[in-house]
Design a protein around this ligand. Structure first.
Ligand SMILES: Nc1ncnc2c1ncn2[C@@H]1O[C@H](COP(=O)(O)OP(=O)(O)OP(=O)(O)O)[C@@H](O)[C@H]1O
Length: 338
């Protein structure tokens, strides 16, 4: 079993409205290095709130009322990535108490995923590689540290992210901006090479770097966003319905691509989608959420063959089968066929 890259402990988020919405309730889980963890559950069960909470992108009226998310970097070396020593904690430290600073960000509407959300301009030049180490409690990071760490250590692809590319800037310039901000010492030639390589990784020809977003199809734009999220090689990617706006065939292509890239590059993914058959196909483990809680977490095969929670069984039963018995078309055969 591979080592954890992220530990979420007793994480709870409320929306401080009247009456208060307990959107995420005492959620704990571990994300292992290189795994795809699917997050499933009905609309409104708290999936996005949990994801945004982990990366501290929630805004009032959302409030993280308990728990913490600890990122485990590969080495225990001191954090040369601009993260202050005070935020480096041993994994067993008790959850931080609620502080006004933990009452951060917005409703679940995606933070404008402009290119700047792919590469925040204010990241410190010293933002190091993901290999700089230590366990970091994200709740203890300052705003600057968070911005720097967010894309280096965890990157995100949100629902409809493809619409957030800047329409008047070429794909190349939007890509290069990431490296100019986070890897300022990278040479121009190296940058250009990397941008082209990244595009090709997600199945888009490098000549498209010259294009403007409106010249690309929705699927291509979403691939570009995924390539941007991979640009700094973060060990974790959070994908919240990354392909919802696309047709089913393109959706599946892209998600299989993500699975392939994960195999190749070894990053871990938290993948949020309503599409349980798809999660069964590409996830290593699946967490099923209901009313803000994780009611079941297990290997995808176990969830599929022997779901323990009644709600998981209901969720599985709500997807039609093409074969009469669930199975052949969701797990096993599909990936081989691709
Ligand atoms: N700004 C807000 N103010 C009050 N309640 C909110 C706010 N944003 C979300 N909620 C509530 O929090 C709960 C969790 O919402 P969330 O969007 O995280 O669920 P979800 O599982 O991601 O849903 P979906 O699959 O539809 O995206 C829901 O009951 C929702 O109505």
């Amino acid at each position: 079993m591979s080592r954890p890259v992220l530990t979420v402990e007793n994480f709870s988020v409320d929306y401080l409205v009247d009456p208060v919405v307990h959107a995420v309730r005492d959620v704990s889980f571990t994300l292992r290095r290189g795994e795809i963890l699917g997050l499933a559950g009905e609309s409104g069960c708290g999936k996005s709130t949990l994801a945004y909470g982990i990366v501290r992108l929630l805004k009032p009226p959302a409030a993280i009322v308990s728990g913490r998310a600890v990122f485990h970097a590969p080495s225990a070396a001191a954090l040369s990535s601009g993260v202050s020593p005070s935020s480096v904690v041993p994994p067993s430290v008790a959850p931080p108490s609620v502080s006004p600073s933990s009452v951060s960000a917005p409703s679940v509407s995606p933070p404008s995923a402009s290119p700047s959300s792919v590469a925040p301009p204010s990241a410190s030049p010293s933002s190091g590689s993901v290999s700089s180490g230590g366990d970091v409690d994200w709740g203890r990071l300052g705003a600057e540290e968070l911005r720097a760490a967010r894309w280096d250590r965890i990157s995100m692809v949100f629902q409809g992210a493809m619409n957030s590319l800047n329409p008047v800037i070429s794909i190349r310039d939007q890509f290069e901006d990431i490296f100019l901000t986070h890897r300022p010492r990278m040479s121009r030639g190296e940058r250009r090479q990397r941008c082209g390589d990244l595009l090709e990784r997600v199945g888009v020809d490098r000549t498209r770097l010259r294009s403007y977003p409106h010249e690309l199809s929705g699927g291509m734009r979403q691939r570009v966003m995924i390539a941007m999220a991979m640009a700094l090689e973060p060990p974790i990617m959070i994908m919240d319905e990354p392909t919802t706006a696309l047709d089913v065939v393109v959706q599946r292509d892209i998600l299989r691509e993500i699975s392939r890239l994960r195999d190749e590059l070894g990053f871990a993914v938290i993948l949020i989608t309503h599409d349980l058959p798809l999660l069964l196909e590409i996830s290593d483990r699946i967490a099923v959420m209901r009313h803000g809680e994780i009611v079941e977490l297990g290997d995808a095969a176990q969830i599929y063959t022997t779901p323990r929670h009644q709600y998981t069984r209901r969720l599985l039963a709500s997807f039609p089968s093409l074969t009469g018995s669930r199975g052949a078309f969701v797990r096993g055969a599909t990936l081989e066929a691709s």
